[in-house]
Write a protein that binds this ligand. Structure first.
Ligand code: NDP
Length: 243
């Protein structure tokens, strides 16, 4: 039985991670920022064996919340290893054009999609509980070489994922230097039918997939990687994604 932490599990791709992991009998620590808005996760957790799913609070846009979450993890009795962490939380306030967006809107994307995920990983690493892998939910739009100018209205979102990508590569390199053998990965989940894709954007994208397909693919990718792969970027189908 593997031990997982899924950050941002109330709905969409994060909720599907929890669903598939519990179906395999794995142990999951799943986080939400507002328990009152996580009814589907409560139902999932309620139908799993009590020991297998624990819900915790974590708002990645708040340093205090991240610290208190990491303290809760550190205080869990007998938690002597974490196999995989999936940092899934993210926002997309559409549209967010470079020529129009406010200081506040840009900052909000960076804070939630880049700063929060990196600090969450950092605080978990600082608990000193051995962690096999940390996967960050990135996006193809954060790729610097695969720059898609036609994606009008995604500038701050894309920039925040690019910042996340660059920071996680530094995290991977720094960990290697100090001989901490946690595999750090970036993942593009595909174009997935969730609130983010459907409501915020409101258009049909070619090749759109279900959260179920996306997570089944990502699960295979995460489990196939070793520390030799640290600091790499993957698609849900297991292909290398360009930075
Ligand atoms: P959703 O909007 O459906 O879900 C986003 C999740 O992130 C929710 O659980 C939400 O919680 C949580 N979240 C948002 N802000 C915070 C915060 N401050 N602290 C903690 N949790 C937070 O999005 P998806 O499921 O589609 O996306 C999941 C990840 O995949 C994101 O990082 C996204 O950028 C990435 N991605 C998605 C793609 C897609 O096509 N769907 C494509 C490429 C990347 P709450 O319910 O409280 O709001």
């Amino acid at each position: 039985m593997a031990v997982w932490i899924v950050i941002g599990a109330s709905r969409g791709i994060g909720l599907e991670w929890v669903r598939q992991l519990l179906a395999r009998g794995d142990q999951v620590y799943a986080t939400v920022r507002d328990p009152a808005k996580a009814s589907q996760l409560w139902i999932l957790a309620g139908s799993a064996p009590r020991a297998n799913c624990q819900l915790l609070l974590c708002d990645v846009s708040s340093e205090a919340s991240i610290i208190s979450f990491a303290q809760e993890i550190a205080a869990i009795r007998n938690l002597d290893r974490i196999d995989h962490v999936v940092i899934n939380a993210g926002i997309l306030d559409y549209p967010n054009r470079a020529t129009e967006l406010s200081f506040e809107d840009f900052s909000k994307h960076l804070r939630t999609n880049a700063v929060g995920p990196i600090i969450t990983a950092q605080k978990l690493l600082q608990t000193r509980i051995p962690i096999r892998s940390i996967t960050f939910m990135s996006s193809d739009s954060g790729s610097a070489t695969d720059f898609r100018a036609f994606e009008d209205g995604f500038a701050a979102y894309a920039a925040s994922k690019a910042a996340l990508n660059q920071m996680l590569r530094h995290m991977a390199a720094e960990l290697q230097r100090i001989k901490v053998y946690t595999t750090i990965l970036a993942m593009h989940p595909g174009e997935v039918t969730t609130d983010m894709a459907n409501i915020s954007v409101g258009w049909e994208v070619d090749g759109i997939i279900s959260a179920e397909q996306s997570v089944a693919g990502m699960l295979r990718v995460v489990e196939s990687k070793t520390v030799q792969d640290t600091g790499t970027f993957w698609t849900w189908q297991g292909a290398r994604h360009p930075w």
